[in-house]
Design a protein around this ligand. Structure first.
Ligand code: SAJ
Length: 477
């Protein structure tokens, strides 16, 4: 008996979850002449149900610029190659179904991601699953989820058997907002099946939408570990830069000189690629994927893990170092105010930058928030400026830089928005209070120009400048 699903051509594709991963994915499948139709599945929920009608009218329900996505969506709708629906029964007409549903951590300390939305999606697919279908999970998930939790749920809801009646794989998304279409087409695509046949079937699905990118086949669990670990390693590299910057401050030297020196070591097989220290690490990737990886090891077989007894995970330690950086920014601010002879309580602070990523409006898990909380707990008055972020629950954010810095005791640069590179020391000096402090969390300004203009300077990694002699200026007004 042939115990493999039958291999008819993939013609109709279902994409569950019309978010910033699902929409470009669905549009690219629909745009390929290899496939005849794509159905986007979206819950008719209060927060996202509106997307169904917009998408069916060829209107993109995403924020910001997404090159090519808009006209491609209009085209596939016009040619009736793409439709969006909340009727999950239509999954039964699909040859392949992908799920791009986020699994955020409501509280990273408990290491338990919120699977509720993904679970609902998997159940709906399982209830309408036909034999021979390929299911692919695209969300970032804990290693072991595809072969364990997801497989069991699909088999339970469908009464079918993975590997025998349907194919199952994981193909993690690697998209960046602002480059969705380009990333899907040009990044290599890791594709991991629960078995060889599923890997091959998933390769058949993704190959047609790749241009520069190539398929990288592996097991489902290896694919889950790849995605979580690629962000874990980036977080680790940032933590290494942050720790070295803290050391350089303590040693009274310039981190950026040391970084240049280290990176000058070149040659066959020699890499250092030191990243940049900063005021902290935000976003929804690096702040959670380490905990997905850690949870994967915990579930997959912590008893078989050979690791130094009682030693904390290097990866979790890196998370703690990065989460410490807003505290360090508060220490730099406090030291600056003390040098200015000012009390922390009642001090007026201009916090420049609320988004977690330079020149974007993305404020998810922004490190500016814990810093602002520390300032408020110390009795400071904080005004927030950001040229990109419109609003954020509980925080008033101004676009008027002069208004935010007027009369403050300290200016703190938290996000590397290009606007802050253009801060002019003399213009700023006449707006702020006497003996002003400036703290640079993103290496945006030249210390000497602000020190010579009368500021008390503190900067991450700038041990060579943080104890500078004070320059006393007679105010000309
Ligand atoms: N950061 C530093 N120092 C650095 C780099 C970043 O402090 O040298 C901080 C940033 O300020 C930010 C945070 O880390 O607060 C995250 O920055 P990021 O550039 O890693 O941006 P993310 O979080 O959007 O990461 C995404 C990831 N992409 C996907 O998951 C598909 C990541 O894998 C990419 O490497 C990253 O984009 C990228 O390189 O653009």
């Amino acid at each position: 008996m042939d115990n493999k699903p039958d291999l008819h051509p993939i013609r109709t594709i279902g994409v569950v979850g019309m978010g910033y991963v699902g929409i470009p994915s669905a549009v690219l499948f629909a745009h390929s002449e290899k496939f005849s139709h794509v159905i986007g599945f979206q819950r008719n929920s209060r927060s996202s149900g509106h997307k169904i009608d917009l998408l069916n009218r060829g209107i993109l329900p995403l924020q910001g610029e997404e090159p090519d996505l808009e006209w491609m969506l209009r085209e596939v709708v016009a040619y009736e190659k793409f439709t969006c629906t909340s009727d999950f029964f239509q999954i039964s007409s699909c040859d392949a179904v992908t799920l791009a549903i986020q699994t955020p951590f409501s509280d990273p300390t408990d290491l338990v991601p919120d699977f509720s939305a993904l679970e609902e999606g998997i159940r709906m697919v399982g209830k309408n699953l036909s034999p021979g279908v390929l299911i692919v999970l695209e969300s970032t998930i804990t290693p072991g989820t595809t072969c364990g939790y997801a497989r069991n749920l699909l088999e339970y809801e469908s009464g079918l058997k993975a590997g025998r009646d349907f194919f199952l794989a994981h193909a993690p998304e690697r998209v960046m907002v602002g480059r969705l279409i380009q990333n899907i087409r040009e990044h290599d695509r890791v594709v991991g099946g629960i078995d060889e046949a599923s890997t091959l079937r998933a390769t058949e699905l993704y190959q047609p939408v790749l241009t520069k990118g190539r398929i990288i086949p592996m097991s489902a669990t290896a694919a889950e570990a790849t995605k979580t670990a690629e962000n874990t390693f980036r977080d680790l590299q940032i933590a290494a830069a942050n720790q070295l910057a803290l050391y350089c401050e303590a040693m009274g030297i310039n981190f950026y000189d040391v970084r240049t020196g280290i990176n000058s070591l070149k040659g066959e097989g020699i890499t250092r690629s030191i990243l940049w220290p900063g005021a902290g690490v935000g976003g929804h990737c690096l702040t959670k994927d380490t905990y997905h990886l850690e949870r994967g090891v915990t579930i997959a077989g912590v008893e078989s893990l050979d690791y130094p007894a009682g030693m904390e995970s290097l990866f979790v330690l890196a998370r703690h170092i990065n989460d410490f950086m807003p505290n360090h920014m508060f220490t730099l601010l406090s030291r600056g105010l003390v040098r200015a002879g000012k009390d922390l309580s009642g001090a007026r602070v201009a916090l420049l930058g609320w988004s977690f990523l330079a020149n974007t409006d993305d404020a998810r898990n922004t490190p500016s928030e814990p810093f602002r909380n520390l300032c408020l707990q110390a009795g400071m008055d904080v005004k927030v400026h950001d040229p990109w972020v419109g609003e954020y629950a509980g925080v008033s954010i101004s676009r008027d830089l002069s208004e935010v810095v007027y009369g403050v005791d300290a200016v703190v640069i938290f996000t590397g928005h290009r606007e802050y590179q253009r801060l002019e020391p003399d213009n700023l000096y006449v707006l702020v209070s006497q003996k002003p402090v400036i703290v640079d969390g993103r290496n945006m300004i030249d210390p000497d120009t602000f020190i010579n203009a009368g500021f008390i300077y503190k900067g991450i990694g700038r041990g060579d400048k943080n104890g500078h002699p004070l320059v006393h200026l007679k105010r000309s007004y």
